[in-house]
Each structure stands twice: as structure tokens, then as C-alpha cells.
Design a protein around this ligand. Structure first.
Ligand code: 4AD
Ligand code: MG
Length: 501
């Protein structure tokens, strides 16, 4: 049946007509006279109804053999139905089974995350994972729209490189014939060269860091967009970063409503992402962290988490007791509620475990220290939108950052911290543009000047003030989707201990 093949997304074009869908069985329920097949085709979900009274015996029999993830074509009449996720239902006339799938490992019941990660190639088909990848796609597209509309040129930096841009501790080293090569940690240094050729450029590609600790924010392979602009100072750089983040969030809010709903994202939090973002200096951030306001915040968190834990600990056994006697529909409701409560309990317990550590780390923060993940979380909890922290101590930042002309201890760098505990999503800076100063910095960082000779040329031949930043794609996806771990923000995550699938 080649005629009227449709995707679920386009079913509105076939209202009242006969159309064919091609896809997979996401779920199946049956009664004596009806079989409900939830069909998944990559563009959405559609309920397909097989009615024993309306179809040939052989179609009814075939439908009875379907299993989860079986592949098939289904032909039938398309009817508008507001209760259905896609807005349409398909009343089945014919089935063409392509394959009856074997027992599918990922069932609607709960699975541990290690199991799901081992089955990432299949897990990608699940609704939440599907929704997150859709949002990822929209964010990537928004990034290109944003920069292309402003006349930026997208150019690619190499992945094999001889240059360490972001320190030497987390380099992946590899053999490049008889030379040593690294996998790129950042396209920035090449971006600077390209900006001096094209004015405003951005690179967008995979970057690599041998992160040896397991955290919810670190991958060993992640994607970064890195704009670099000639004649931009730090302030212009910050304005651009702010505009870009607002643009991305607006695009997702406009075009990914149903995905955000599937993910259970609190949209009101994203709607607050408006200009201007608070801009605070590193010095102000240290004062805020070690001051009374943070003490109060920590006390409130402790109180609230204890209360939450108490009420959850009451409700769970009540529901578990009810579960035994409950009817099917109610059982389903209870399971869902239990799942949510258990996740909340885990979160509250983790918070309570972490709080003393956070407290210590925040209150003891003094000028010169780098912020840890918990410090960033606490800092952003004082605000309702991303914040920009600028003027970090030069000591803890990369060699290429220009110093503040008014305070040599301070680098003209900026970090954008995402709200709700998602931490640093952007790092950027105005670059050191003076040849001799840059050579001094390279020496201070104990880097080998010879591998930077081409980079130093950029300061020999028409150096200009210039700036840029890098946005980590996966951290941005995690924040916008409200995912607790970056492993769910990229199709096939690479982390410590994870190379397959
Ligand atoms: O702050 P970073 O290290 O900055 C740079 O690499 C600059 N050269 C960028 C530039 O100015 N062109 O990294 C930038 C961003 C971070 O803010 C974070 O979002 C992300 O990259 N990032 C990671 N994301 C996932 N896993 C990791 N291991 C990451 N390391 C950095
Ligand atoms: Mg950084």
C-alpha cells in the first residue's frame, strides 16, 4: 500500500481519510473485541484500534500476535480524537507485519539506570529519551539560527591537535603516526585564527576531556559551540552570550511544548529566562557564598528536605499497603505515584547527605578558590535565571585570558551559571592580545611555547582585542529539559567507564 503513507506528525492531512502508518508497537492492550496498538513512528505516537467486528478474521488474528517493538505498517481510517496524544486515532483496516519482535528488554516497568545505559541503543526509543533528543535537536538548530542571523560564519576546528587549550591534566593523548596528538579540548585557539580571517565565527563540534571523576555534569566527549569575535571586549561578549541563551530558551518554549511536557519540565522556570541576567563579580560571588544569605538558604533547604522526607515516608507504606487490594486502574495510578515518591525520597536524602558538605564548602570559600559544583548550585539558588560571574582570579583560569587592566589579579573571564543547580554552562573571556604578555603567560603555565608558535603569530600580525566563549551543549540540554544527569542529553554518552554501546 504505497498510497497515503503518512507520519503521525502529519496525520492532520488525512482527517477522515484512509492512511498508512509505518512504525513500531510501543504498547498493546486488548480486550475481547478490541485491540489497542500504540504505534510509534519516530514523529510521534498514535493509538490504532483494531475492532474484531470491523476487520477480517485474519487481521484480528495478526493483531493478536503483535509484541512490543514489532515493526509494521497499519492502514486505516483517520479520525480526530482530542484524547489521543497525536490528536488523531487510526481505525485499523489492514496490517502488514514486518517483524514480530523478540522479547523486548525494556518493558514499561522500572529499570535501573545501568541496565538502561547498557541498552542505550534501545532506550533511545523510550518516550522521555525521545523527547530529550528532540529538544537537543531544537537547541542545535536554534544555535545555528542565532549565529547565522547575525552574520557569523561557521567554521570547524580540527579534532586532532598538538595544543592543550584548557590545561594539561585532562588531555586524551593518541598516536599521530610518529607524533603525539591530543583530542581537542576546545576549538577556541583555532577559532581565534578564523575570527581574524572572518571577523565573527563559531565552531561547533565534539570536544574531549579525560574527566576522571563521575559527576552528573561531566562527559569525556561533549559538544561545544564556540563563537569568537574580533573587536569584542568582555562586555560585548557577555551581551552576546545572554542574547544566545534567551534565544535558545525561547525557541524550545515555542516549538517543544509537548516534549517538555513528556519530560515533566516545569515550564514556568524557563519562562523566567529573560534579559537582563544578573552580572556579579567573582568577588561578590565569594561574599554571597560565605555570607548570611547563603546560611539562611541552607537552613531553609535543610528544613524543607526534612519535612518532605517525613511526609514521603508516611505516604509510601500507605500506598504499598493499598496496592495489594487495588483494582487494575488504581494499581497503575499507585505505581506511578510510588515511582515519583521514591525519586523524590532519593533526592531529599541526597540533599540531606550533601548539605553539610555544601555548607562547609560555601562558608569556607575565600578569594582565590575555584567554585565547586555545589558552590555554583548555591550561588544560582539566590536567583531565578542564569547568572554571569565575571572577573575570576587569573590564577585559576586559562593562560589565554586577558587580565583586568585595573586589577592584575583578575582575568577578564566570564562563566554563565545555569539556574536550578545545573552549574556552569558557558565559559568565556576576552583574550590576551599582546604578544609579550601572552608569551609570559605560556611560560607561567609551564606550557611548551613551540607548539603555540602559530597561535602567537596571531599577536604578531595585526592583533586586535577579541573575545569568545564556549557553550556546553549537553549541560544546556540537561538544564532546559530538567534532566538530572548529562548522560541522557546525548545519544551515546561517553563517560568514565562507559564506551558501549
Ligand atoms: O569553561 P570551558 O573549559 O571553556 C573552554 O573550553 C573555552 N576554551 C571556551 C571558549 O572560550 N571558546 O568549557 C566550556 C563549557 C563549560 O561551560 C561546560 O558547559 C562545557 O563546556 N563543559 C563540559 N560539558 C560536559 N562535560 C564536560 N566534561 C565539560 N567540560 C566543559
Ligand atoms: Mg570553565
Amino acid at each position: 500500500t504505497a498510497e497515503n503513507i503518512s507520519t503521525i506528525q502529519n496525520l492532520h492531512q488525512f482527517d477522515g481519510q484512509t492512511a498508512t502508518l509505518q512504525g513500531w508497537v510501543q504498547n498493546i492492550r486488548s480486550s475481547k473485541s478490541l485491540i489497542f496498538v500504540i504505534m510509534r513512528d519516530g514523529s510521534g505516537l498514535c493509538q490504532c484500534i483494531v475492532s474484531k467486528a470491523d476487520v477480517a478474521d485474519e487481521v484480528w488474528e495478526q493483531a493478536g500476535t503483535l509484541t512490543q517493538e514489532s515493526s509494521l505498517r497499519i492502514k486505516g481510517n483517520i479520525r480526530k480524537d482530542d484524547r489521543s496524544v497525536s490528536g488523531y486515532e487510526l481505525h485499523v483496516q489492514e496490517l502488514e507485519i514486518i517483524q514480530i519482535a523478540q522479547d523486548y528488554p525494556i518493558t514499561p516497568k522500572e529499570h535501573g539506570v545501568e541496565f538502561l545505559m547498557e541498552n542505550r541503543h534501545l532506550w533511545l526509543r523510550s518516550q522521555r529519551q525521545w523527547a530529550a533528543m528532540r529538544v537537543r535537536n531544537r537547541i542545535i538548530f536554534a544555535i545555528h539560527e542565532f549565529f547565522q542571523q547575525q552574520g557569523f560564519v561557521q567554521l570547524d576546528a580540527p579534532i586532532f591537535t598538538g595544543n592543550a587549550a584548557e590545561g594539561t591534566t585532562n588531555l586524551f593523548e593518541t598516536d599521530y603516526f610518529d607524533q603525539k596528538a591530543y583530542l581537542s579540548q576546545s576549538g577556541q585557539l583555532y577559532g581565534e585564527a578564523m575570527a581574524l580571517a572572518h571577523g565573527k565565527i563559531y565552531t561547533f563540534g565534539p570536544t574531549f576531556r579525560a574527566e576522571k571523576s563521575k559527576t552528573r555534569r561531566h562527559l569525556t566527549e561533549f559538544w561545544m559551540v564556540e563563537p569568537e569575535m574580533a573587536f569584542y571586549d568582555l562586555k560585548m561578549n557577555m551581551d552576546l552570550a545572554e542574547d544566545m541563551v534567551v534565544f535558545i530558551v525561547e525557541a524550545v518554549l515555542r516549538d517543544c511544548r509537548s516534549e517538555l511536557e513528556t519530560l515533566g519540565r516545569d515550564i514556568t522556570k524557563l519562562e523566567q529566562v529573560k534579559k537582563p541576567f544578573p552580572r556579579i563579580t567573582y568577588t561578590e560571588a565569594v561574599e554571597l557564598l560565605s555570607g548570611d544569605k547563603t546560611k539562611e538558604l541552607l537552613d531553609t533547604m535543610e528544613r524543607e528536605n526534612k519535612q518532605a522526607l517525613e511526609s514521603i515516608s508516611k505516604e509510601i507504606p500507605e500506598l504499598e499497603a493499598e496496592h495489594g487490594q487495588a483494582k487494575k486502574g488504581r494499581k497503575f495510578q499507585i505505581d506511578r505515584r510510588l515511582k515519583l515518591l521514591r525519586a523524590q525520597r532519593e533526592e531529599a536524602e541526597e540533599n540531606l547527605r550533601n548539605l553539610p558538605v555544601w555548607r562547609k564548602s560555601a562558608l569556607e570559600t575565600k578569594w582565590g578558590d575555584d567554585f565547586g559544583g555545589s558552590d555554583e548550585t548555591l550561588l544560582t539558588m539566590h536567583f531565578d535565571r542564569p547568572i554571569m560571574v565575571h572577573g575570576y582570579p587569573a590564577e585559576i583560569k586559562a593562560f589565554y585570558m586577558k587580565r583586568d587592566p585595573n586589577d592584575d589579579r583578575v582575568a577578564l573571564g566570564v562563566d554563565v551559571l545555569a539556574p536550578e543547580g545545573y552549574g556552569e554552562m558557558i565559559g568565556g573571556a576576552q583574550r590576551e592580545d599582546d604578544l609579550e604578555t601572552l608569551r609570559t603567560r605560556i611560560a607561567e603555565h609551564e606550557l611548551d611555547e613551540s607548539v603555540f608558535s602559530w597561535y602567537l603569530d596571531l599577536r604578531r600580525f595585526g592583533t586586535v582585542p577579541h573575545s569568545g566563549f564556549g557553550l556546553g551543549l549537553e549541560r544546556t540540554v540537561a538544564w532546559i529539559c530538567g534532566l538530572s544527569h548529562v548522560r541522557e542529553t546525548i545519544p551515546f554518552p561517553r563517560m568514565l567507564g562507559r564506551l558501549t554501546p
